[in-house]
Design a binder for this molecule. Structure first.
Ligand SMILES: [Zn+2]
Length: 451
């Protein structure tokens, strides 16, 4: 099918796709403890129905303990030499949060200025609709084989994260479209090619048996909070770059936000400088970042005039997509332990398991096809971007199918308020993402085994 014919077909289907998205968004499928399980099941049932109608065969549920069912299904390749594409998305959503901050009701999908507002309208129900739309564009007989994996408990996490690498055969494919993603800004087709790894550590200082009068003891008795602050201050240099030696850092060569966009997205106050040096991508995506996420110390309101006997802080470190997070964690802990501010030893322990980053191989035939497809959909050369968060399932899928190319794109965009109030998806982005995925199927089938 020619590209302009595909585009015309998608345009003709768009109203129906939006209606299906509203139907799904109306269901509060929150797979968190304390929320009723019925809506999750209801969303599951609707997605199953839509998949069957779209031509997906053997639609079934993978059931794991304490995990909402994972929807699976497939469409056989049209001929033995055609590639198979795995389609991923999730049908559960985040809780609505503080409803008073919403201008519409979170589970009453509402059209506002070319967008559909509602919890899950973007994350990730929009992308389930993208997959459906791409299948419908070919009347359920796409030029590639299809394997569907739609998760039902992504936001809370589940045993499914480890499942693919333990059962690799069930995920056999040549390429994956992980559609839990979107564009760096509306209108800029974006392939997310890297995710940073994550490591956490706790730093503790214990210096005195108990708090002591600061007038009688301050000046010689070691102040645990002061020691901790010296240690934390050593984590960055004067420019705000991470000072822990050995952490991988490279200039980012892909696309990304300009400083103006970043300031707006981050809500940075007027007149505030950014920290760190190098291009924004290297600070956000291809270099380390250390954030102090918690501090146990007396509160200002309850502060006594006393030397503080103990204090602790929690650190969250993001590391280069290709750096081994266990090694990064060791470097962080060794650096802190070696500091001994004023000669005082620090106790440093890891918090939680390190999470691996992800760096896609971008030189294969699926990437070439995706470039062509995203260019068709958004009318310009797509950019390569990265995301700050790690997604455990992506690593598990990559481990299960090391030869499969992994593509992350979708209908979301950086401004769509994922997990926050007033989540929305732009209908124009939804349309372009459907065109992109359908065009990807066509381009990939065409190029596979040939280039
Ligand atoms: Zn998501």
């Amino acid at each position: 099918m020619a590209m302009d014919e595909l585009t015309t077909r998608v345009d003709g289907m768009l109203d129906g796709l939006c209606e299906d998205l509203r139907r799904l968004t109306r269901i509060p499928s929150i797979a968190f403890p304390g929320y009723p399980p019925e809506p999750v099941q209801q969303a599951h049932d609707v997605v199953v129905e839509l998949l069957r109608e779209a031509g997906v065969q053997d639609v079934a549920a993978l059931r794991l303990p304490d995990t909402a069912p994972v929807i699976t299904g497939h469409i056989p390749p049209p001929h033995p030499d055609a590639p198979t594409v795995l389609l991923y998305g999730h049908y559960d959503v985040q809780p609505a949060g503080d409803e008073s901050l919403w201008t519409t009701r979170p589970f009453e999908p509402t059209d506002v200025d070319g967008a559909i507002h509602g919890r899950g309208a973007a994350d990730d129900k929009s992308n389930l609709i993208v997959h459906l739309g791409a299948l419908r564009a070919f009347d359920g007989r796409p030029p590639v084989g299809i394997r569907v994996v739609f998760e039902g408990q992504e936001e809370y996490g589940s045993e499914f994260d480890d499942y693919p690498q333990e059962h690799p055969d069930e995920f056999a494919c040549d390429a994956m479209v992980i559609a839990d993603m979107g564009n760096i800004r509306p209108g800029t087709g974006t392939l997310t090619v890297a995710l940073r790894g994550v490591v956490e550590a706790i730093v503790e200082v214990h210096t005195l048996e108990e708090a002591k009068h600061s007038g009688n003891f301050g000046g010689a008795a070691p102040d645990a909070l002061l020691v901790l602050l010296h240690a934390l201050a050593a984590l960055h240099d004067a420019n705000g770059d991470v000072a822990v030696p050995g952490l991988r850092r490279e200039q980012w060569s892909g696309g990304g936000w300009n400083e103006e966009e970043f300031r707006r997205l981050a809500g940075i106050r007027e007149g505030m400088p950014l920290i760190g040096t190098g291009n924004l991508g290297s600070r956000l995506w291809s270099g380390p970042a250390i954030t102090v996420t918690g501090l146990d110390a007396p509160s200002v309101d309850k502060a006594a005039s006393a030397v503080v006997p103990s204090a602790r802080a929690k650190l969250n470190m993001r590391c280069h997509p290709a750096q081994d997070p266990v090694q990064a964690q060791r470097l962080l802990i060794e650096f802190l332990v070696g500091l001994r501010p004023f000669g005082v030893p620090l106790r440093v322990t890891q918090a939680g398991a390190p999470g691996s980053g992800f760096a896609a191989a971008t030189d294969g035939v699926a990437y070439r096809a995706a470039h062509e497809a995203l260019r068709t959909a958004w009318g310009a050369e797509p950019v390569h971007a990265a995301a700050g968060g790690s997604i455990p399932l992506v690593n598990s899928l990559a481990a299960a199918q090391p030869n499969a190319e992994i593509l992350l794109f979708g209908a979301q965009d950086s401004m769509c308020n994922l997990h926050g109030p007033n989540e929305r998806v732009l209908v124009s982005e939804l349309r372009d993402a459907v065109v992109a995925e359908a065009a990807f199927f066509a381009a990939y089938a065409d190029r596979f085994g040939r280039d």
